[in-house]
Design a protein around this ligand. Structure first.
Ligand code: HEM
Length: 395
């Protein structure tokens, strides 16, 4: 039996694990071991990564017995979790949510997002405070408040769903604990959807309850799964991006100076930060449903595939000097939000949160600096890369 090298689980704070660059230049499609004897193909080049993510012969169906899950004993597929489904169910469920996440719809939320940023910074600096944990005071509440507002989930319950989210996304977590967390979260969200069906408000859960569940277009279980996906995906990712982006910009003062001199660079800088940091670091996972020939490599039906987006986003054949953070760069085509039919539904929201969140932070606290060495920071244990806390000060 051939032993394949393990998929790296540890990475430096701001860069992909070093193995990726070596594999990308020597063997850009190769097998790795993720756990037990599960050895999917690892795709490290940008072009191949895009091809796989757009090709319907690679399935996102996590219910497949050989699916390359991030850990053994991952909770089974459940109704409504459309990120782990193929058409027609994926298309049917995703389509219902698109109107709430269009660029135009999110543009209308910008005033509310800006207020969230300002309120959080007011609270952080209240009483002349000059230091804080940026994760707890800003990076986590910002997207959590925004997604709670959009969905209609009471923010007061964030301690509860944060704990369940951690148990569900922890790579090393106990499968039984993950299952219990899912049941508790689903019970909570199901009750919320039922309440909104009786007493609707102007939020996504009410629209889903009244326009889709009550009409029989989706079941209550499907709606519950859909809302849980939005709640978890909607806060965990941006919450991890903001602190890493702050560290990266403080580490590259010329780039931060350029942004301070010209605020119109922020939208492009957000794309570059997304490319450079690629927080979804366990790769985007698929399984081949047919034999596929990819850049001279034969991937057989039933074999798993891990698209290493963090590596693809540093591919020198796509981005010149890929390891440099360059806010003037055109980072278009990056895979931080994935690609193809499953490309991130919340990308317009994430972009608005990152642009307003980072620009407001650096404008209001121009002397912001870290108070702990970056390499001393504890890293998250979930499938999303990030730091658990970020001590900062300003004066
Ligand atoms: C899908 C990244 C923020 C909701 C994805 C995928 C990636 C991603 C890579 C594709 C997964 C795949 O192909 O299997 C990110 C990053 C974010 C972010 C880096 C922030 C910086 C958000 C936000 C929401 C969200 C704010 C809001 C609800 C979703 C949903 C999907 C998804 C629902 C599944 C889409 C589908 O399968 O059709 N995200 N995301 N994400 N994301 Fe995001």
């Amino acid at each position: 039996m051939t032993i394949h090298p393990p998929l790296p689980t540890i990475r430096p704070l701001l860069d992909p694990a070093p193995e990726y660059a070596k594999w990308q230049s020597e063997e850009p499609i190769r097998r790795v071991t993720i756990w037990g004897d599960n050895s999917p193909w690892l795709i490290t080049g940008h072009e191949d990564a895009r091809t796989v993510l757009a090709d319907p012969r690679f399935s996102a169906d996590a219910g497949h017995p050989d699916f390359p899950h991030t850990r053994p004993g991952a909770p089974p597929q459940a109704p409504g979790l459309f990120h782990q489904m193929d058409p027609p169910d994926h298309t049917r469920l995703r389509r219902m949510l698109i109107p709430d996440f269009t660029f135009r719809r999110i543009e209308q939320m910008e005033g509310a997002i800006q207020r969230i940023c300002d309120d959080l910074l007011d609270a952080m600096t209240a009483g002349g405070a000059t230091e804080a944990d940026l994760v707890a005071s800003y990076a986590l509440p910002l997207p959590t408040l925004a997604i709670c507002d959009l969905l209609g989930v009471p923010y007061e319950d964030h301690g509860f769903f944060r704990e369940k989210s951690n148990a569900l996304t922890s790579v090393a977590g106990d499968p039984a604990e993950a299952m219990n967390a899912r049941m508790a979260l689903y019970g909570y969200l199901r009750a919320l959807i039922e309440r909104r069906a009786q007493d609707p408000a102007d939020d996504l859960i009410s629209r889903l309850a009244v326009e889709r569940v009550a009409t029989g277009e989706v079941t209550l279980d499907e709606a519950t799964g859909m809302v849980s996906l939005l709640l978890l995906a909607g806060h965990e990712t941006t919450a991890n991006m903001v602190p890493l982006a702050v560290i990266a910009l403080l580490h590259n003062p010329a780039q931060l100076d350029a942004l301070r001199a010209d605020a119109s660079l922020w939208p492009g800088a957000v794309e570059e930060l997304l490319r450079h940091l690629t927080v979804i670091h366990s790769g985007i996972r698929r399984i081949a449903t047919q034999d596929v020939e990819l850049s001279g490599v034969r991937i057989r039906a039933g074999e798993g595939v891990v698209v290493a987006s963090q590596s693809a986003n540093r591919d020198p054949s796509r981005y010149a000097r890929p390891d440099d953070l360059d806010v003037h760069r055109d980072a278009a085509g990056h895979l931080a939000f994935g690609h193809g039919p499953h490309q991130c539904l919340g990308q317009s929201l994430a972009r608005a949160e990152l642009r307003l969140g980072l620009a407001t932070l650096f404008r209001r606290l121009p002397t912001l600096h870290l108070t702990a060495p970056p390499d001393s920071l504890a890293l998250s244990t979930s499938t999303v890369h990030g730091v658990r806390s970020l001590p900062v000060a300003w004066r």
